[in-house]
Design a protein around this ligand. Structure first.
Ligand code: FAD
Length: 410
């Protein structure tokens, strides 16, 4: 362990780990230190609410690379200790254990933390959040057959946890304050589909009603809804969104706006500091706009751009966002940003369990959601990236092979 790194990366998550690996792949020869406050090497979070919670995936299988690979690549991983302060003038960070590390270039890959429920009882030991391996180890111990599980929040994490709960024989209730599940991320038709699927498998889905109180002394034993309904429970999961970890950046005077503001090269307002992943409000050349995303493909692609930028190579971030979610035997894949669509083209039967939904604006495919259609999803990604203008009737006609709608490469 050295007290100076040519590149120092704060946050050993999906994005931070990829910056380190990518720097070596792209030929960086200097010293690299990867610092993380969790006790684990960089790992995949998506299985946390899916196969790791269900017990199908082991902890080891979550790790992106083994210790030996980091050693071989001369990446110094310092884990289980957080960075407390950043001194930009001195080019130095101080850790919670009092030691300091100087840097040439700094990468902030600090991710985010779950938004907490601000109600009395929210800190009881049977109230869970779903972000880290340690969160799931605690939750798993209470995730047993016959238990009553109340999930607050009908977003992806809540719905994935509900699916695992059903699989493990729990009695599951999902409580969503908005009028529909997935309200912030999917079209109403897709929300309706998921509400139907979850109800059909036994989940009690309650929408349009908030949580008024948590009851119970040492443990929460009931969730009281705003309409007075009392839902008796043994285990509570709260999945109500993420707060980006921007404090280090903010207290050192970097520009913040719902995330650490970075340009097309992932550079912050300080030329020696980059930021990547869930913690960033980043520019995207494809949209000529800025946004904050919470997804693995975004974390990975930004990490590669940051590594290139540190090496002085021309690279800019222009990826079309995509995401996936696994619930029961349904594989949902989404691409693009659907905001502002004026037409919806449904391919397949939304009353069944295999279809694709295309969002169009002025006839251009801007986004798509595919359920159990991985091959058509690959085509959908290209259509969105090409800004393809396509007649909705062609998209909905299943006798038209989707691939034939792709424009031949110029
Ligand atoms: P993180 O992976 O959160 O890593 C940041 C790390 O930095 C953390 O370990 C944090 O503890 C550490 N850190 C923060 N501050 C400090 C500090 N001061 N000092 C030291 N270390 C610090 N995405 C998909 O695309 N598909 C999915 O299906 C999907 N499912 C998901 C399911 C769950 C349950 C969760 C939680 C996320 C899911 N995501 C999914 C989102 C995806 O995991 C994130 O977008 C991705 O992990 C972001 O990577 P990151 O490196 O930016 O942040």
């Amino acid at each position: 362990n050295s007290n100076k790194a040519d590149v120092l990366i704060i946050g050993a998550g999906q994005a931070g780990g990829e910056v380190a690996s990518s720097l070596r792949q792209q030929g960086f020869e200097g010293s690299i230190t990867l610092l993380g406050d969790e006790a684990y090497l960089p790992y995949r979070r998506p299985p946390l609410s899916k196969t790791f919670l269900s017990g199908e995936a082991t902890l080891e299988s979550l790790l992106i690379k083994t210790q030996a690979v980091y050693e071989k690549n001369r990446i110094d991983c310092q884990l289980g200790i957080g960075v407390e302060t950043l001194d930009r003038a001195a080019h130095e960070v101080r850790l919670y254990d009092g030691t300091s590390i100087a840097y040439g270039k700094l990468v902030l890959a600090t991710g985010g933390r779950p938004r907490r429920l601000s109600l009395p009882g929210a800190d009881h030991p049977n109230v869970h959040y779903v972000r880290t391996i340690d969160d799931i180890l605690r939750l798993k111990a209470q995730f047993t057959e016959g238990k009553r599980l109340a999930i607050i929040g009908g977003g992806y994490i809540g719905l994935e946890a509900a699916a695992v709960g059903i699989k493990k024989g729990l009695n599951v209730t999902v409580i969503e304050a908005m009028p529909r599940v997935l309200a912030r991320v999917a079209a109403p038709e897709v929300s309706t589909f998921y509400e139907r699927v979850h109800r059909a498998r036994g989940v009690d889905v309650r929408t349009g009603v908030g949580v008024h109180a948590l009851e119970g002394d040492a443990l929460v034993d009931a969730v009281v809804l705003a309409d007075g309904t009392r839902i008796a429970t043994d285990v509570v999961i709260v999945g109500i969104g993420l707060i980006p970890n921007t404090e280090l950046a903010e207290s050192s005077g970097l520009e913040i706006s719902n995330g650490i503001v970075v340009d097309l090269q992932t550079r912050t307002s300080d030329p020696d500091i980059y930021a990547v992943g869930d913690c960033t409000q980043h520019r995207n050349a494809f949209y000529d706009n800025s946004m904050r995303l919470e997804s693995v493909p975004n974390a990975m692609e930004q990490a590669r751009v940051a590594a290139a930028a540190i090496l002085g190579k021309p690279a800019e971030y222009s990826a079309v966002p995509w995401f996936w979610s696994d619930q029961y035997d349904l594989k949902l894949q989404m691409v693009g940003l659907s905001q502002g669509y004026d037409q919806l083209a449904v391919r397949g039967d939304m009353n069944g369990e295999s279809f694709a939904v295309f969002y169009l604006r002025d006839g251009v495919v801007i986004s798509a959601d595919a359920v159990n259609r991985p091959q058509e999803f690959m085509v959908a990604k290209k259509l969105v990236a090409d800004r393809a203008k396509i007649d909705a009737a062609q998209l909905t006609d299943e006798s038209v092979v989707l691939k034939t709608l792709l424009q031949p490469a110029a």
